[in-house]
Design a protein around this ligand. Structure first.
Ligand SMILES: O=C(O)C(=O)C[C@]1(C(=O)O)C=C[C@@H](O)C=C1
Length: 355
Protein backbone atom coordinates (compact mmCIF):
# COMPACT_ATOMS: atom_id res chain seq x y z
CA UNK A 1 0.00 0.00 0.00
CA UNK A 2 1.35 3.46 -0.84
CA UNK A 3 1.74 6.19 1.80
CA UNK A 4 -1.20 8.26 0.52
CA UNK A 5 -3.51 5.27 1.03
CA UNK A 6 -2.20 4.75 4.54
CA UNK A 7 -2.61 8.42 5.44
CA UNK A 8 -6.20 8.42 4.20
CA UNK A 9 -7.02 5.30 6.23
CA UNK A 10 -5.39 6.80 9.32
CA UNK A 11 -7.47 9.94 8.86
CA UNK A 12 -10.58 7.77 8.87
CA UNK A 13 -9.40 6.01 12.04
CA UNK A 14 -8.71 9.37 13.70
CA UNK A 15 -12.24 10.55 12.92
CA UNK A 16 -13.74 7.33 14.30
CA UNK A 17 -11.59 7.58 17.44
CA UNK A 18 -12.77 11.18 17.94
CA UNK A 19 -16.38 9.97 17.74
CA UNK A 20 -15.66 7.05 20.08
CA UNK A 21 -14.08 9.36 22.64
CA UNK A 22 -17.09 11.68 22.49
CA UNK A 23 -19.52 8.78 22.91
CA UNK A 24 -17.57 7.17 25.73
CA UNK A 25 -17.49 10.50 27.56
CA UNK A 26 -21.25 10.81 27.04
CA UNK A 27 -21.61 7.31 28.50
CA UNK A 28 -19.50 8.32 31.49
CA UNK A 29 -21.80 11.32 32.12
CA UNK A 30 -24.72 8.90 32.45
CA UNK A 31 -22.64 6.52 34.55
CA UNK A 32 -21.91 9.41 36.90
CA UNK A 33 -25.67 9.99 37.26
CA UNK A 34 -26.17 6.26 37.97
CA UNK A 35 -23.53 6.63 40.69
CA UNK A 36 -25.47 9.52 42.27
CA UNK A 37 -28.71 7.49 42.23
CA UNK A 38 -26.91 4.54 43.84
CA UNK A 39 -25.29 6.78 46.46
CA UNK A 40 -28.83 7.76 47.55
CA UNK A 41 -30.37 4.31 47.34
CA UNK A 42 -27.36 2.46 48.76
CA UNK A 43 -27.32 0.13 45.71
CA UNK A 44 -24.22 -1.89 44.87
CA UNK A 45 -21.95 -0.36 42.24
CA UNK A 46 -20.76 -3.65 40.74
CA UNK A 47 -23.69 -5.45 39.07
CA UNK A 48 -22.24 -8.46 37.21
CA UNK A 49 -25.69 -9.57 36.01
CA UNK A 50 -26.31 -6.14 34.40
CA UNK A 51 -22.86 -6.24 32.75
CA UNK A 52 -23.65 -9.68 31.36
CA UNK A 53 -27.02 -8.50 30.03
CA UNK A 54 -25.29 -5.60 28.21
CA UNK A 55 -22.67 -7.90 26.65
CA UNK A 56 -25.37 -10.42 25.63
CA UNK A 57 -27.41 -7.64 24.00
CA UNK A 58 -24.38 -6.24 22.15
CA UNK A 59 -23.40 -9.70 20.94
CA UNK A 60 -26.90 -10.27 19.54
CA UNK A 61 -26.84 -6.90 17.73
CA UNK A 62 -23.33 -7.37 16.45
CA UNK A 63 -22.83 -7.91 12.72
CA UNK A 64 -19.25 -6.67 12.37
CA UNK A 65 -15.81 -8.17 12.76
CA UNK A 66 -15.83 -8.36 16.56
CA UNK A 67 -16.46 -11.71 18.26
CA UNK A 68 -17.86 -12.21 21.78
CA UNK A 69 -14.40 -12.32 23.37
CA UNK A 70 -13.47 -8.99 21.78
CA UNK A 71 -16.77 -7.35 22.78
CA UNK A 72 -16.27 -8.68 26.31
CA UNK A 73 -12.68 -7.44 26.53
CA UNK A 74 -13.65 -3.94 25.36
CA UNK A 75 -16.73 -3.59 27.50
CA UNK A 76 -15.37 -5.16 30.68
CA UNK A 77 -12.68 -2.47 30.60
CA UNK A 78 -15.34 0.22 30.02
CA UNK A 79 -17.40 -1.16 32.94
CA UNK A 80 -14.32 -1.22 35.18
CA UNK A 81 -13.67 2.45 34.38
CA UNK A 82 -17.39 3.23 34.89
CA UNK A 83 -17.42 1.60 38.31
CA UNK A 84 -14.34 3.51 39.29
CA UNK A 85 -16.02 6.73 38.25
CA UNK A 86 -19.16 5.88 40.21
CA UNK A 87 -17.11 5.19 43.30
CA UNK A 88 -13.41 4.29 43.43
CA UNK A 89 -13.21 0.96 45.19
CA UNK A 90 -10.31 -1.07 46.56
CA UNK A 91 -9.80 -4.64 45.48
CA UNK A 92 -7.86 -6.91 47.87
CA UNK A 93 -6.16 -9.88 46.26
CA UNK A 94 -3.91 -12.70 47.40
CA UNK A 95 -0.51 -11.17 46.64
CA UNK A 96 2.15 -10.35 45.77
CA UNK A 97 1.85 -8.25 42.65
CA UNK A 98 1.81 -10.41 39.50
CA UNK A 99 0.31 -13.45 41.27
CA UNK A 100 -2.36 -15.46 39.47
CA UNK A 101 -4.93 -13.99 41.86
CA UNK A 102 -3.73 -10.51 40.90
CA UNK A 103 -4.22 -11.46 37.24
CA UNK A 104 -7.74 -12.72 38.01
CA UNK A 105 -8.50 -9.45 39.82
CA UNK A 106 -7.23 -7.37 36.91
CA UNK A 107 -9.22 -9.46 34.44
CA UNK A 108 -12.39 -8.37 36.20
CA UNK A 109 -11.59 -4.93 37.61
CA UNK A 110 -9.35 -3.56 34.85
CA UNK A 111 -6.29 -1.40 34.90
CA UNK A 112 -7.86 1.65 36.56
CA UNK A 113 -8.94 0.10 39.87
CA UNK A 114 -6.87 0.33 43.01
CA UNK A 115 -5.50 -2.93 44.29
CA UNK A 116 -4.25 -4.03 47.69
CA UNK A 117 -1.94 -7.03 47.94
CA UNK A 118 -2.70 -9.20 51.01
CA UNK A 119 -0.58 -12.16 52.06
CA UNK A 120 -3.26 -14.54 53.34
CA UNK A 121 -6.76 -15.66 52.36
CA UNK A 122 -8.02 -14.91 55.86
CA UNK A 123 -6.49 -11.43 55.57
CA UNK A 124 -8.52 -10.80 52.42
CA UNK A 125 -11.78 -11.81 54.10
CA UNK A 126 -10.89 -9.55 57.04
CA UNK A 127 -10.12 -6.65 54.69
CA UNK A 128 -13.55 -6.92 53.02
CA UNK A 129 -15.37 -7.66 56.28
CA UNK A 130 -13.97 -4.52 57.91
CA UNK A 131 -14.83 -2.55 54.73
CA UNK A 132 -11.22 -1.57 54.05
CA UNK A 133 -11.71 -3.18 50.64
CA UNK A 134 -14.98 -3.38 48.73
CA UNK A 135 -13.98 -6.60 46.92
CA UNK A 136 -11.69 -9.52 47.65
CA UNK A 137 -10.30 -12.01 45.14
CA UNK A 138 -9.39 -15.50 46.40
CA UNK A 139 -8.59 -18.84 44.73
CA UNK A 140 -11.19 -21.56 45.36
CA UNK A 141 -9.94 -24.54 43.34
CA UNK A 142 -7.38 -25.71 40.83
CA UNK A 143 -8.03 -28.43 38.26
CA UNK A 144 -4.93 -30.38 39.38
CA UNK A 145 -4.87 -29.70 43.12
CA UNK A 146 -8.52 -29.47 44.11
CA UNK A 147 -10.21 -27.21 46.58
CA UNK A 148 -8.46 -24.45 48.58
CA UNK A 149 -9.39 -25.27 52.15
CA UNK A 150 -8.51 -21.83 53.58
CA UNK A 151 -11.09 -20.28 51.27
CA UNK A 152 -13.79 -22.79 52.29
CA UNK A 153 -13.01 -22.21 55.96
CA UNK A 154 -13.29 -18.43 55.55
CA UNK A 155 -16.52 -18.71 53.51
CA UNK A 156 -17.85 -20.78 56.40
CA UNK A 157 -16.75 -18.30 59.07
CA UNK A 158 -17.39 -14.90 57.51
CA UNK A 159 -20.75 -13.56 56.39
CA UNK A 160 -19.56 -12.33 53.01
CA UNK A 161 -21.01 -13.21 49.60
CA UNK A 162 -19.51 -14.66 46.45
CA UNK A 163 -20.52 -12.14 43.79
CA UNK A 164 -18.56 -13.47 40.80
CA UNK A 165 -16.28 -16.26 39.64
CA UNK A 166 -13.26 -15.96 37.36
CA UNK A 167 -11.57 -18.97 35.74
CA UNK A 168 -7.99 -18.51 34.52
CA UNK A 169 -5.87 -20.84 32.45
CA UNK A 170 -2.75 -21.32 34.53
CA UNK A 171 0.62 -21.50 32.82
CA UNK A 172 3.95 -21.77 34.62
CA UNK A 173 7.38 -20.81 33.36
CA UNK A 174 10.83 -21.85 34.52
CA UNK A 175 12.85 -18.66 34.88
CA UNK A 176 16.45 -18.21 35.96
CA UNK A 177 19.58 -16.14 35.43
CA UNK A 178 21.45 -19.45 34.80
CA UNK A 179 22.34 -20.00 31.16
CA UNK A 180 22.37 -23.79 31.45
CA UNK A 181 19.88 -26.09 33.20
CA UNK A 182 22.81 -27.95 34.86
CA UNK A 183 23.77 -24.75 36.70
CA UNK A 184 20.43 -24.65 38.55
CA UNK A 185 21.02 -25.84 42.12
CA UNK A 186 17.71 -24.87 43.71
CA UNK A 187 14.22 -23.87 42.63
CA UNK A 188 11.82 -21.59 44.46
CA UNK A 189 8.05 -21.82 44.02
CA UNK A 190 4.73 -22.46 45.69
CA UNK A 191 4.22 -26.08 46.81
CA UNK A 192 1.30 -26.67 44.42
CA UNK A 193 3.28 -25.28 41.47
CA UNK A 194 6.01 -27.91 42.07
CA UNK A 195 3.28 -30.56 41.99
CA UNK A 196 1.76 -29.19 38.80
CA UNK A 197 5.13 -29.34 36.98
CA UNK A 198 6.37 -32.73 38.23
CA UNK A 199 6.84 -34.30 34.78
CA UNK A 200 8.79 -31.35 33.42
CA UNK A 201 11.07 -31.30 36.48
CA UNK A 202 11.76 -35.01 36.19
CA UNK A 203 12.35 -34.87 32.40
CA UNK A 204 15.05 -32.24 32.90
CA UNK A 205 16.64 -33.83 35.98
CA UNK A 206 15.36 -30.94 38.07
CA UNK A 207 13.63 -33.25 40.53
CA UNK A 208 17.11 -33.87 41.98
CA UNK A 209 17.88 -30.23 42.86
CA UNK A 210 16.65 -28.53 46.02
CA UNK A 211 12.98 -27.43 45.90
CA UNK A 212 12.23 -24.57 48.25
CA UNK A 213 8.49 -23.98 48.80
CA UNK A 214 7.51 -20.40 49.55
CA UNK A 215 4.17 -18.62 49.80
CA UNK A 216 3.96 -17.28 46.26
CA UNK A 217 5.27 -17.98 42.78
CA UNK A 218 5.93 -14.30 42.06
CA UNK A 219 7.99 -13.98 45.22
CA UNK A 220 9.95 -16.98 43.91
CA UNK A 221 10.96 -14.88 40.88
CA UNK A 222 11.98 -11.99 43.13
CA UNK A 223 14.27 -14.26 45.19
CA UNK A 224 15.71 -16.16 42.22
CA UNK A 225 16.78 -13.02 40.37
CA UNK A 226 19.12 -12.15 43.25
CA UNK A 227 20.51 -15.61 43.94
CA UNK A 228 22.96 -17.13 41.46
CA UNK A 229 22.34 -20.85 40.86
CA UNK A 230 18.62 -20.58 41.57
CA UNK A 231 15.46 -20.64 39.46
CA UNK A 232 11.77 -20.00 39.94
CA UNK A 233 8.60 -21.67 38.76
CA UNK A 234 6.40 -18.64 38.32
CA UNK A 235 3.84 -16.98 36.05
CA UNK A 236 5.11 -15.28 32.89
CA UNK A 237 3.99 -11.95 34.39
CA UNK A 238 5.96 -12.61 37.60
CA UNK A 239 9.19 -13.34 35.69
CA UNK A 240 8.77 -10.17 33.60
CA UNK A 241 7.98 -8.09 36.67
CA UNK A 242 11.30 -9.06 38.29
CA UNK A 243 13.39 -9.13 35.07
CA UNK A 244 14.09 -12.83 35.45
CA UNK A 245 14.91 -14.47 32.08
CA UNK A 246 12.37 -17.12 31.05
CA UNK A 247 13.99 -20.45 30.07
CA UNK A 248 10.83 -22.51 29.42
CA UNK A 249 7.17 -21.58 29.00
CA UNK A 250 4.06 -23.67 29.79
CA UNK A 251 5.90 -26.28 31.89
CA UNK A 252 2.75 -27.55 33.66
CA UNK A 253 1.97 -31.28 33.27
CA UNK A 254 -1.63 -30.82 32.18
CA UNK A 255 -2.36 -28.50 29.31
CA UNK A 256 -5.76 -27.57 30.73
CA UNK A 257 -4.49 -26.43 34.11
CA UNK A 258 -7.06 -23.95 35.42
CA UNK A 259 -7.74 -22.10 38.63
CA UNK A 260 -11.12 -20.79 39.68
CA UNK A 261 -11.29 -17.64 41.79
CA UNK A 262 -14.14 -16.09 43.75
CA UNK A 263 -14.80 -12.40 44.07
CA UNK A 264 -16.26 -11.72 47.48
CA UNK A 265 -18.09 -8.67 48.79
CA UNK A 266 -20.91 -7.74 51.17
CA UNK A 267 -23.90 -7.63 48.80
CA UNK A 268 -26.04 -10.07 46.83
CA UNK A 269 -26.53 -10.17 43.06
CA UNK A 270 -29.91 -10.12 41.33
CA UNK A 271 -30.89 -12.88 38.88
CA UNK A 272 -29.17 -12.82 35.46
CA UNK A 273 -30.81 -15.84 33.80
CA UNK A 274 -27.49 -17.69 33.70
CA UNK A 275 -26.48 -18.07 37.33
CA UNK A 276 -24.68 -20.49 39.54
CA UNK A 277 -25.04 -20.75 43.31
CA UNK A 278 -22.56 -22.03 45.88
CA UNK A 279 -23.64 -23.39 49.26
CA UNK A 280 -22.15 -25.14 52.29
CA UNK A 281 -24.27 -27.96 53.67
CA UNK A 282 -24.07 -29.87 56.93
CA UNK A 283 -25.95 -33.17 56.75
CA UNK A 284 -26.94 -35.42 59.59
CA UNK A 285 -24.96 -38.60 60.21
CA UNK A 286 -27.88 -40.84 59.34
CA UNK A 287 -27.53 -43.29 56.47
CA UNK A 288 -28.82 -42.02 53.14
CA UNK A 289 -28.79 -38.32 54.13
CA UNK A 290 -26.61 -37.35 51.18
CA UNK A 291 -28.63 -39.44 48.71
CA UNK A 292 -31.84 -37.82 49.96
CA UNK A 293 -30.34 -34.36 49.58
CA UNK A 294 -29.18 -35.05 46.01
CA UNK A 295 -32.53 -36.62 45.10
CA UNK A 296 -34.36 -33.53 46.39
CA UNK A 297 -32.33 -31.36 44.00
CA UNK A 298 -32.99 -33.74 41.14
CA UNK A 299 -36.75 -33.70 41.81
CA UNK A 300 -36.90 -29.94 41.18
CA UNK A 301 -34.60 -30.17 38.13
CA UNK A 302 -31.57 -28.48 39.59
CA UNK A 303 -28.29 -29.45 37.99
CA UNK A 304 -25.57 -29.94 40.63
CA UNK A 305 -22.24 -29.03 39.04
CA UNK A 306 -19.89 -29.68 41.96
CA UNK A 307 -19.89 -31.47 45.28
CA UNK A 308 -16.83 -31.68 47.52
CA UNK A 309 -16.69 -32.88 51.08
CA UNK A 310 -14.63 -30.93 53.54
CA UNK A 311 -13.85 -31.25 57.25
CA UNK A 312 -14.33 -28.20 59.49
CA UNK A 313 -13.49 -28.60 63.19
CA UNK A 314 -14.03 -32.36 62.98
CA UNK A 315 -17.41 -32.08 61.19
CA UNK A 316 -17.96 -33.04 57.59
CA UNK A 317 -19.55 -30.38 55.39
CA UNK A 318 -20.23 -30.30 51.67
CA UNK A 319 -19.29 -27.51 49.31
CA UNK A 320 -21.86 -27.59 46.49
CA UNK A 321 -22.33 -25.62 43.27
CA UNK A 322 -25.51 -25.81 41.23
CA UNK A 323 -27.05 -24.05 38.25
CA UNK A 324 -29.59 -21.40 39.20
CA UNK A 325 -30.07 -18.40 41.47
CA UNK A 326 -31.02 -18.55 45.14
CA UNK A 327 -34.21 -16.60 44.33
CA UNK A 328 -35.38 -19.06 41.63
CA UNK A 329 -38.59 -20.77 42.78
CA UNK A 330 -37.25 -24.34 42.56
CA UNK A 331 -34.07 -23.36 44.44
CA UNK A 332 -36.04 -21.64 47.21
CA UNK A 333 -38.28 -24.70 47.50
CA UNK A 334 -35.49 -27.24 47.92
CA UNK A 335 -33.37 -25.05 50.20
CA UNK A 336 -36.28 -24.33 52.55
CA UNK A 337 -36.32 -28.03 53.48
CA UNK A 338 -32.70 -27.73 54.67
CA UNK A 339 -33.07 -24.43 56.48
CA UNK A 340 -30.51 -24.28 59.27
CA UNK A 341 -28.22 -26.80 57.56
CA UNK A 342 -27.38 -24.70 54.51
CA UNK A 343 -25.27 -21.59 54.23
CA UNK A 344 -25.84 -19.80 50.91
CA UNK A 345 -22.47 -18.42 49.86
CA UNK A 346 -23.74 -16.49 46.85
CA UNK A 347 -25.41 -16.55 43.44
CA UNK A 348 -23.39 -15.17 40.56
CA UNK A 349 -23.12 -15.14 36.78
CA UNK A 350 -21.79 -18.47 35.50
CA UNK A 351 -18.42 -18.26 33.67
CA UNK A 352 -18.19 -19.88 30.25
CA UNK A 353 -14.67 -21.14 30.93
CA UNK A 354 -15.38 -23.87 33.49
CA UNK A 355 -13.00 -26.05 35.49
O1 LIG B 1 -26.23 -0.22 35.50
C1 LIG B 1 -25.58 0.00 36.53
O2 LIG B 1 -25.98 -0.38 37.65
C2 LIG B 1 -24.30 0.72 36.46
O3 LIG B 1 -23.72 1.00 37.49
C3 LIG B 1 -23.70 1.02 35.13
C4 LIG B 1 -22.68 -0.03 34.69
C5 LIG B 1 -22.29 0.33 33.23
O4 LIG B 1 -21.21 0.90 33.04
O5 LIG B 1 -23.10 0.06 32.34
C6 LIG B 1 -21.50 0.04 35.58
C7 LIG B 1 -21.30 -0.84 36.62
C8 LIG B 1 -22.16 -2.00 36.86
O6 LIG B 1 -21.41 -3.12 37.20
C9 LIG B 1 -23.07 -2.27 35.74
C10 LIG B 1 -23.27 -1.38 34.72
Amino acid sequence: MNEVGLDALRDKLDNIDNELLKLINERMEIVHQVGVVKAHSGGAIYRPEREKAIIDRLESLNNGKLNRAAIEALFLEIFAISRNLELPENVAYLGPEGSFTHQAAEARFGAMSSYVSISSIKGIFREVDTKKARFGVVPIENSSNGIVTDTINCLNTYNLKIIAEVVLDIHHTLASTCDKIEDIKRIYSKDIAFEQCRKFLSNFGLDEVEHIPIESTTKAAKIAVNEPGSAAICPHVGAKLHNLPILFENIEDKDNNKTRFFIISDFENGQSGNDKTSILVTLSDKQGALVEFLTDFNKVNINLTKIKSHIVEGNSIFFIDFDGHKDDENVKKVLSKYDGNVKILGSYVKEINDI
